[in-house]
Design a protein around this ligand. Structure first.
Ligand SMILES: Cc1cc2nc3c(=O)[nH]c(=O)nc-3n(C[C@H](O)[C@H](O)[C@H](O)COP(=O)(O)OP(=O)(O)OC[C@H]3O[C@@H](n4cnc5c(N)ncnc54)[C@H](O)[C@@H]3O)c2cc1C
Length: 384
């Protein structure tokens, strides 16, 4: 309903992503959710449309745009299937560490393939005993001559098996804990690297989530990103940059759920009139629209803040993620309610959207952790 004064290029990105959503995603979203498959066809369409390269600099094969343009693409795709948009966004998540800490040779080697969509990325931080407390990771990467040897397990990694490039956070100095963590590029097919079981999930079922196993996985020392000991900082900076993207997923998903339920409520006749005519129903839609617009405004403002080159982005990034994803959870639940039994049936997409929304409150740091970050930044910002 609002005009965000997007540039012509930004409007084009939305149009392109919307066409891909309508043609390559929506007709199959229900099927992929039921079958739990990550279908390559929408990814090929995104690759052909250069969407994977939106925020990658032109010198490395991308289009040289920023966070906002990436968020616009993610939001638009998410309206049609947030599982598919997760595969897309998680590849960007895996590209950020290379952009943040990669040297020129690493950027030249990996980014053009990522920008073109020929290769997908994944970002591997979480382990069985290290979720919110990422500093509790145990995977090691010990130096042996010109190589690092990785041992350990990563859990719940988006794009596991479908990605070619994995950013792995592992301890080069286990005695130092998080300060001894480093970031590495691991390639599919590296000896000692194996993909574990594919998880069965509540939602986002068109996206693949797996374990990763490293058993004496030997990689050349040139795969270290930045310096030894920088792994945790690289991981946190990565999440600061990518969290507005999760907010954008939430905005698109909530928008899709509202439109779906609105269309139903205007057609569904009870007591001789469309249920939308009942104030309890129409006010619920008014509330949905307000919350979605507030979430969108926060996500876009945060993305623009990041693109301005601002340094202290952690608080804003966490706000955009937590606020928008809480909105998506609320809106999708209400959408199911406004559709009554139709909302509950798996033949319609409303219940899928509600299942998809739940994960947005959990991954890339739970919304409780986002509130910890916001509170920490608040205390720094407002000094006594
Ligand atoms: C579908 C899916 C895909 C994922 N993809 C990836 C990926 O690609 N890469 C990756 O590295 N990880 C990935 N993850 C992992 C995800 O980031 C973690 O699940 C998340 O960070 C939370 O960790 P946890 O699940 O272990 O929860 P826990 O840390 O065990 O938390 C349990 C509960 O305790 C709360 N809690 C914990 N600590 C605090 C605290 N200090 N203050 C307040 N509350 C707290 C949490 O908010 C939560 O409600 C994925 C997860 C899912 C479900």
């Amino acid at each position: 309903m609002l005009d965000y004064f997007l540039t012509e290029a930004q409007k084009t990105i939305v149009e392109v992503a919307d066409r891909i959503g309508r043609e390559y995603i929506l007709p199959y979203a229900h099927q992929w959710d039921e079958e739990e498959v990550c279908d390559p066809r929408p990814l090929w369409a995104m690759s052909k449309a250069d969407l994977f390269g939106l925020f990658i600099p032109e010198e490395f094969g991308g289009l040289g745009f920023g966070t906002l343009e990436n968020c616009l693409a993610i939001e638009t795709l998410s309206k049609y299937c947030t599982g598919v948009s997760t595969t897309f966004a998680a590849s960007g998540l895996g590209a950020y560490p290379i952009l943040i800490a990669g040297n020129k040779a690493q950027k030249q080697k990996y980014l053009p393939a990522v920008a073109s969509g020929r290769k997908l990325c994944a970002f591997a931080l979480t382990e069985p005993q290290a979720g919110s407390d990422a500093s509790a990771i145990k995977t090691t990467a010990l130096k042996e001559g010109d190589y690092y040897v990785l041992n350990g397990i990563k859990q719940w990694i988006t794009n596991g098996g479908v990605a070619d490039i994995y950013i792995v956070i592992a301890l080069t100095d286990p005695k130092k804990g998080a300060r001894g963590a480093s970031a590495f590029i691991v390639e599919k097919g590296d000896p000692g690297f194996a993909i574990g079981k594919k998880e069965k999930k509540m939602g986002l079922r068109a996206s693949t989530t797996t374990e990763l196993f490293f058993s004496r996985c030997r990689i050349p020392k040139e795969r270290l990103l930045g310096r030894e000991g920088m792994g945790f900082i690289i991981a946190m900076k990565t999440l600061d940059l990518s969290r507005p993207g999760v907010g954008a997923q939430a905005v698109g998903l909530a928008q899709g759920a509202m439109e779906l339920a609105l269309s139903h409520a205007r057609k569904r006749i009870q007591f001789g009139q469309p249920v939308y005519n009942f104030q309890a129903v129409s006010h619920t839609f008014a509330e949905m629209a307000m919350r979605i617009e507030a979430a969108r405004a926060l996500v876009y403002s945060t993305a623009r803040f990041i693109d301005s080159g601002a340094k202290n982005i952690s608080g804003a990034s966490a706000m955009s993620k937590a606020f928008a994803t809480d909105v998506a959870m609320w809106v999708t639940e209400r959408a199911v309610q406004m559709m009554g039994g139709f909302g509950y049936m798996r033949d319609f997409l409303a219940e899928k959207m509600m299942r998809d929304a739940k994960c947005l409150q959990i991954y890339e740091g739970t919304n409780e952790i986002q509130r910890n970050i916001i509170a920490r930044e608040l205390a720094k910002f407002y000094k006594d």
